[in-house]
Design a protein around this ligand. Structure first.
Ligand SMILES: Nc1ncnc2c1ncn2[C@@H]1O[C@H](COP(=O)(O)OP(=O)(O)OP(=O)(O)O)[C@@H](O)[C@H]1O
Ligand SMILES: [Mg+2]
Length: 296
């Protein structure tokens, strides 16, 4: 195996290598704590690769995944050639953008159809998640932090919102990618490859809708993107259009209308504990306050 390129990532590394004649990606970690997460990620990708029925959606084939040495875990998968979201949206015309929208909506619809619809779904998952997120927030933001009072106000509001048992009608439990943001899609002309699957605190297609709109409505991935200059006005217009189409498309499902806001709120609350830069903390506080003011 010949190593071509190395890139460092959060808790794991990604290498592009040559295996016999083909290019492969080796995603690996030497961090014991990260191993179960990476393992779960590859199990999910393996199962998605087997069951994916959506036309124009590709899931890279896993060539090998194992604990090669104690304390190390490697997932070797097929290398998929394509563009990232910034380069793709820079040149995509309306027909290609519409194709992306219909393909991703079809992918989520297939997830919904292969999930189980629970007429009266009662869950303590949101509350348990809120308790752990709140504990971490309080440990990070002490009263000498410039964000202390904003965080405390958010905690106060959320304590009223998250009840020990939350009820949803006709809620879908089952399949999801878990981290379906633009940064985990490799864009090709006629196909879209999904990478970086993630175990979620709740397995439901609502998570994937939340993650898609994390980008189309709240532009999360651009906050993390600093590789090159691009036309932000054009990008914002495209995102606005995609976001409207996603909302129209999923509004036909009552579970989306009933549960989207609270899961989007939890999605951003969960990220606060990982924010390393001030700009990200400020963005998260603003976004959470917007959701609280608009939806609750
Ligand atoms: N199968 C693949 N084919 C081509 N490029 C890939 C593939 N898998 C990953 N990449 C490249 O590596 C980048 C990072 O991959 P990935 O999203 O899996 O990791 P990450 O977001 O850094 O990790 P994590 O979120 O698990 O900490 C992708 O944006 C893509 O450019
Ligand atoms: Mg990723």
């Amino acid at each position: 195996m010949k190593k071509i390129e190395v890139e460092g990532h959060s808790g794991c590394y990604i290498d592009i290598k040559k295996n016999k004649d083909i290019l492969v990606i080796d995603k690996y970690t030497k961090n014991e704590k990260y191993i179960p997460r990476l393992k779960a990620q590859f199990d999910k990708q393996l199962s998605a690769a087997k069951t994916n029925i959506t036309k124009n959606i590709v899931v890279p084939k896993i060539i090998n995944s194992d604990e090669t040495w104690p304390g190390e875990y490697h997932g070797i998968m097929e290398y998929v050639y394509g563009k990232n979201f910034v380069s793709f949206f820079e040149y995509a015309d309306k027909m290609i953008i519409d194709k992306f929208i219909s393909t991703i909506c079809e992918y989520v619809r297939n997830e919904i159809e292969s999930s189980i619809c629970v007429a009266e779904y009662e869950t303590d998952e949101l509350y348990k998640k809120w308790m752990s997120v709140k504990k971490n927030m309080m440990n990070i933001y002490k009263n000498d932090s410039p964000y202390y009072s904003s965080i405390m106000k958010i905690i106060e509001r959320c304590d009223e919102i998250f009840k020990p048992v939350m009820k949803f009608e006709n809620f879908y439990v089952g399949k999801c990618h878990g981290d379906l943001t633009f940064s985990n899609i490799i864009f090709r002309d006629n196909e879209f490859a999904l990478i970086d699957f993630l175990d979620s605190f709740i397995e439901s297609p609502i998570i994937d809708i939340v993650k898609l709109r994390q980008d189309t409505k709240y532009k999360w991935s651009t906050l993390m993107y600093n590789s090159k200059e691009y036309d932000k006005t054009r990008y914002d217009m495209i995102c606005k259009y995609i976001d409207e189409q996603l909302d129209i498309n999923f509004s036909k499902y009552s579970f989306y209308k009933d549960s989207y806001a609270i899961f989007q709120l939890m999605n951003f609350l969960r990220i606060v504990q990982y924010a390393k830069k001030d700009s990200v903390t400020i963005y998260l506080i603003d976004t959470i306050n917007n959701i609280l003011n608009e939806k609750f």
